[in-house]
Design a protein around this ligand. Structure first.
Ligand code: NI
Length: 638
């Protein structure tokens, strides 16, 4: 039987789940189980085939498509994890999970806004502040965290904070309603409690960032046009991208957003799968408006679900290829985010150069990179995720942070205190962190790899070190998971090296890639015993390595929302599995500790974080000697 004998239209086992596959899976579930009308689908995603299945598959072979759905049957803490085989048209797994919460349901978050606006105590609290125009009140439901409040046991909670707009397109974040928090039961669509910590006047200075509010505009910016008269150098076949010896397959996950699969250079595999699996934004202000804030923007909201469509010439410039993303709505219908993923090439300055001073001959080659990106808007913040593939084998993830700070109002005449900065008149931005957790399932020319920590070691003064100048590379094999909970150290130029000892380069060395911390690498500042310290344990270290397990998907675990803590990387690595010459997964955590500036207001200029993966003996010599000299009319030597 071939795939054509079944209803499976996908041309590859890792093809993105289509709208018709989502509809088919939901229909099979509904036919097999009476879900009633109120059940919500938290997600409907592809159950990715195993490496063994992928390795055994050849084009034209039949394959199944297994769809994994998470169903919210009602307001109680009871979820259903279902798996459906599209080939047999059957539900093949039906597991009830008790006590866990799914990511916040958008449907329920929208209800929270309407229901809160109609609540008399809330309306009265606004009236005490002179706010009577409810239509222009902006309510942001926030993930609640987990603080053991008795009134919240057994519930799915959001905490609603409020802002006031002067008119519908105003920037509400400039006018926080200080002191007012609504605890909301999302599942039952009811206010639990309206809490009023006291009135602070609404700040009066507007925070609008639209061009019409910032005239006159600069008049001396001349146009930049990116022209590729022969078109781009990449090719796209379904979700397979090929460019300059690179090949990569992409999918789009509701939580992780863009996922890269089967990354290879010249047909040589490097990574089986790469993504950002989790991120947390813990706030460092102990006050009542901010102390509880610690949004898990992947596990609680979903970086994929919050992705917005991109605009040509604005978000991406040049010869662009867009990919749509197809997710499932909470009612189980296909939901297409058009132009969710942007791909283009960028000139990136020089790749290499040398001038022979005896002959005066200059040889220079230009670098370029393939950019695959998406931008997620999670409430007030934007996160742009940019994966770069370079001609020389480098792979980089750059995260661009922008959007609007989460702020509070200051009592006029009072300062911001120790835990935040004043960013505009009577507007205060608490200190916070943005901590990302990437998951890098290396398959460096095969699944069985090992990881070394490599760093500079200064040699003691003595007879072996006659100039007292010597330093060497200390290479430490990470043998077990507990050995591999590591932090960056810029003083020793610490990197981590992924090797395949069974594949040697032309010099007889094991092929390898280095993971290089290129930008800021904070770890969690909240106390390890704090609620967020327990819930986001992944952020206590920059590096973790695990023995591959298919169900270990996201750094804080499967059910981050309101989780009491302890799940994810700390729990999995407590098993202390062996990680030498086996299928390993590298988890790298990085981010920014944000002490906000006045320049971050009212919208933040982009800040950057990320990391670099660099070939280190994967090639025998510079792999870009074969680049042609530049054909540009602007580049000639006479
Ligand atoms: Ni920030």
């Amino acid at each position: 039987m071939t795939s054509r004998d079944t209803d499976i239209a996908a041309d590859h086992p890792l093809a993105m789940l289509s709208g018709s596959e989502i509809s088919a899976a939901v229909a099979i579930i509904r036919a097999a189980h009476d879900l009633g009308t109120n059940a919500l689908f938290s997600h409907v995603v592809l159950e990715e085939p195993s490496k063994a299945e992928l390795g055994a598959w050849n084009p034209g072979d039949a394959f199944d498509r297994v769809v994994r759905a998470l169903i919210i049957p009602g307001p109680e803490l009871s979820l259903i994890e279902a798996k459906v085989s599209l080939r047999t048209q059957r539900v093949i797994d039906w597991t009830i999970v008790q006590g866990m919460r799914p990511a916040l349901a958008m449907h329920e978050a929208a209800n929270a806004i309407y229901t809160t606006k109609a609540h008399p105590e809330y309306v009265a609290a606004l009236a005490k502040r002179g706010i009577v125009d409810i239509d222009n009140v902006q309510i942001d439901p926030w993930p609640a965290g987990s603080f053991g409040y008795a009134a919240e046991a057994g519930r799915r909670i959001a905490r609603c904070i409020s802002f006031v707009r002067e008119f519908p397109t105003d920037n509400g974040y400039a006018r926080p309603v200080e002191g007012l928090i609504v605890h909301f039961d999302l599942g039952r669509n009811e206010v639990i409690e309206v809490i009023d910590h006291g009135i602070v006047p609404i700040p009066q200075t507007h925070g609008r960032y639209g061009a019409e509010d910032h005239q006159p505009w600069r008049a001396d910016l001349k146009p930049i046009e990116i022209s590729q008269p022969d078109g781009p150098s990449f090719a796209v076949d379904g979700n397979l991208i090929t460019w300059q010896k690179w090949s990569v397959r992409i999918t789009f996950d509701p939580y992780e957003g863009l996922v890269l699969h089967q990354i290879a250079y010249d047909g040589r595999s490097i990574l089986h799968r790469a993504s950002v699996t989790e991120m947390v934004v813990p706030y460092g202000d102990p006050g009542e408006m901010h102390g509880w804030k610690n949004a898990f923007d992947a596990g609680e909201w979903g970086l994929g679900r919050m992705t917005q469509s991109l605009q040509l010439g604005c978000d991406c410039l040049g010869e662009i290829h867009y990919f749509d993303a197809t997710l499932a709505s909470e009612h189980g219908n296909p939901w297409v985010i058009s132009n969710a993923i942007c791909m283009h090439e960028e000139d990136f300055g020089i790749q290499w150069k040398h001038v022979d001073l005896m002959t005066g001959i200059s040889e220079v080659r230009r670098s370029r990179r393939l950019v695959v990106s998406f931008v997620s808007t999670v409430g007030n913040y934007e996160y742009g995720f940019y994966w770069y593939f370079y001609l020389d084998g480098n792979i980089q993830l750059e995260v661009k942070l922008t959007g609007i700070l989460s702020v509070g109002a200051l009592m006029p005449g009072s300062g911001p205190g120790e835990y935040g900065s004043e960013v505009a008149e009577n507007i205060y931005a608490p200190f916070h962190q943005h901590l990302f957790c990437s998951r890098l399932d290396f398959d460096l020319e095969g699944a069985d790899n090992r990881i070394y920590e490599v760093e500079a070691e200064v040699v003691p003064i003595g007879p072996d070190n006659p100039w007292s100048n010597a330093f060497r590379a200390r290479k430490t094999l990470l043998r077990r998971e507990l050995d591999a909970r590591r932090n960056t150290d810029s003083a020793t130029s610490r990197v981590w090296r992924v090797e395949n000892p069974s594949v040697l380069n032309g010099l007889g060395q094991p092929v390898a890639f280095k993971l290089i911390p290129t930008m800021s690498t904070p770890t969690m500042l909240a106390h390890p015993e704090s609620s967020v310290g327990q819930r986001a344990g992944f952020a206590r270290h920059n590096l973790w390595v695990t023995a591959f397990a298919a169900e270990e998907r996201r750094g804080a675990g499967e059910y981050a929302n309101q989780h009491a803590g302890g799940d994810g990387l700390p729990r999995w690595t407590a098993a202390n599995r062996e990680i030498v010459d086996t299928d390993v997964v590298v988890w790298y955590c990085f981010g920014i500790t944000h002490f906000p500036r006045p320049e971050d207001w009212p919208v933040m200029p982009v800040e950057y974080t990320g990391f670099l993966l660099q070939p280190a003996g994967f090639f025998d010599r510079n792999p870009v000697l074969d680049l042609p000299r530049s054909a540009s009319v602007h580049c000639h030597s006479d």
